[in-house]
Design a protein around this ligand. Structure first.
Ligand SMILES: Cc1cc2nc3c(=O)[nH]c(=O)nc-3n(C[C@H](O)[C@H](O)[C@H](O)COP(=O)(O)OP(=O)(O)OC[C@H]3O[C@@H](n4cnc5c(N)ncnc54)[C@H](O)[C@@H]3O)c2cc1C
Length: 400
């Protein structure tokens, strides 16, 4: 699948990671992880920390799937309002899912600090803007719901929003426990750390085309015909799950992003907070360490790469126009732009854990706008499943 086009900023900023070898013999390992994006890297991290022997394979150059295209905003609030999610999956599960997303941001910070690696992690506040009167009504209901379950949230009215952020909208939900990272850097550093310290082995350009289940083990067969024998396989293939999972569990969409030229400190809004909005299509906004503004959005509900790429210029203009409506005096100018595919599930939650038609496999499919927080949750949960510890895996089960 063609996951992205254009010039993803993180790849330009960091350059390609040191390449890994391509598999050229049969091997054995305890756990095979398919996919070296942020999900696979986090799964490898948790398993290595648990003393499990792992191999990671990727059909591309390591970590160059959706992870390089991400805007990498970390928010506990998912695309589905909590009050809507309660309708869909029940109160207990919906609240737990939100709480887990919140915890995952702290978990990620802890990992970075513990390993002393660099993922450009920065805590940020976040604004969820009401784009119109209906949006504000929804935000009021969402505020009451989140407050009831003690999730961190403040409701700003029009005046408070204008006074504090100089944004002229009906109101916004505000929280100060969001974050932003450079996912590609983090992913590369995680893999390198465990390669050096935990005996992790990573193979690039190694495509798994078939999986065979045996009584005591499972075998992955690569495009070149080599066999990887393992006790378990963790599938972390991002939005390319079709070759590993029989069931269709997501809708594939396209999204568009640009990053501005660097600006001066005084050219930014208060707190350089993350911003998104209730309008559909929406824009999502963050800043970078080198003082750029990154704006994405104007999603389309198709995946066709030709059709997706043909719209890039037009989408850029639309995103810029929407941004300038929020900040009419901004000196923003586009530097690089790209677009990417992303998947969405019906309830906005990921699929994590076992699937009855795929014995000896765990899936880590963190779909939606919060893919990275879901990756953290999936990685920790799969480690617990493998080590036989209790988990909340029912929350994200395929048959939920
Ligand atoms: C433009 C954009 C903006 C986004 N913004 C955000 C955001 O702000 N916050 C957020 O949390 N999330 C965001 N996301 C989503 C987030 O980036 C993804 O959820 C996350 O990067 C997925 O990581 P992954 O490791 O699961 O997938 P990937 O990074 O795609 O990694 C999967 C890897 O598996 C490999 N693979 C697949 N099948 C096979 C196979 N059979 N054999 C071998 N290798 C295989 C692929 O080559 C790939 O490298 C965004 C996504 C996009 C595209």
């Amino acid at each position: 699948m063609d996951l992205k086009s254009g010039l993803p900023f993180w790849l330009i900023k960091n350059g390609l990671s040191k390449d890994y070898n391509t598999l050229d013999s049969d091997i054995e390992t305890e756990v095979l992880i398919i996919g070296s994006g942020i999900t696979g890297a986090l799964v490898a991290h948790f398993l290595c920390e648990g003393g499990v022997n792992c191999v990671v394979v990727d059909r591309r150059m390591a970590s160059t799937g959706s992870t390089t295209a991400s805007t990498a905003q970390l928010q506990y609030e998912i695309d589905t309002f909590l009050f809507d999610l309660i309708e869909k999956v029940g109160e207990e599960n919906a609240v737990k899912a939100y709480q887990k997303c919140l915890e995952s941001i702290y978990t990620l910070e802890k990992i970075i600090k513990k390993l002393k690696i660099d993922g450009n992690f920065e805590w940020r506040s976040s604004l969820y803007l009401a784009s119109d009167a209906k949006g504000f009504k929804d935000l009021e209901q969402e505020y009451e719901t989140r407050k009831k379950f003690k999730l961190p949230v403040t409701l700003l009215n029009q005046k408070e929003l204008k006074d504090k952020f100089n944004i002229d909208k009906k109101g916004a939900l505000y929280n100060d426990c969001s974050a932003q990272i450079d996912t590609f850097k983090l992913c590369t550093e995680l893999l390198n750390y465990h390669k050096k310290n935990s005996g992790l082995v990573v193979y690039s350009h190694t495509d798994v085309v078939k999986v065979e289940n045996k009584k005591e083990h499972i075998i992955a067969i690569t495009e070149k015909g080599y066999k990887i024998t393992a006790k378990k396989i963790v599938a972390a293939p991002g939005f390319e799950s079709e070759s590993l999972l029989k069931e269709k569990v997501m809708q594939l969409n396209s999204t568009y992003v640009f990053v501005s030229k660097p600006l001066k400190e005084e050219d930014f809004w208060n707190e350089k907070c993350l911003i998104w909005e209730t309008a559909r299509p929406y824009i999502y906004v963050r800043t970078t360490k080198d003082n750029r503004i990154m704006v994405g959005g104007f999603d389309e509900d198709f995946q066709n790469p030709k059709k997706r790429d043909a719209l890039m210029e037009q989408k850029n203009k639309a995103i810029l126009k929407r941004f300038k409506k929020l900040f009419p005096d901004s000196k923003i100018e586009v530097d690089f732009y790209w677009c990417g595919t992303f998947g969405e599930t019906k309830d906005g939650l990921p699929f994590i854990g076992e699937h009855k038609e795929h014995p000896n496999m765990y899936f880590a499919l963190g779909y939606g706008g919060n893919g990275i927080t879901f990756s953290v949750i999936a990685a920790e949960m799969i480690k617990d499943l493998y080590l036989g510890k209790p988990t909340d895996s029912d929350l994200f089960a395929f048959d939920r």
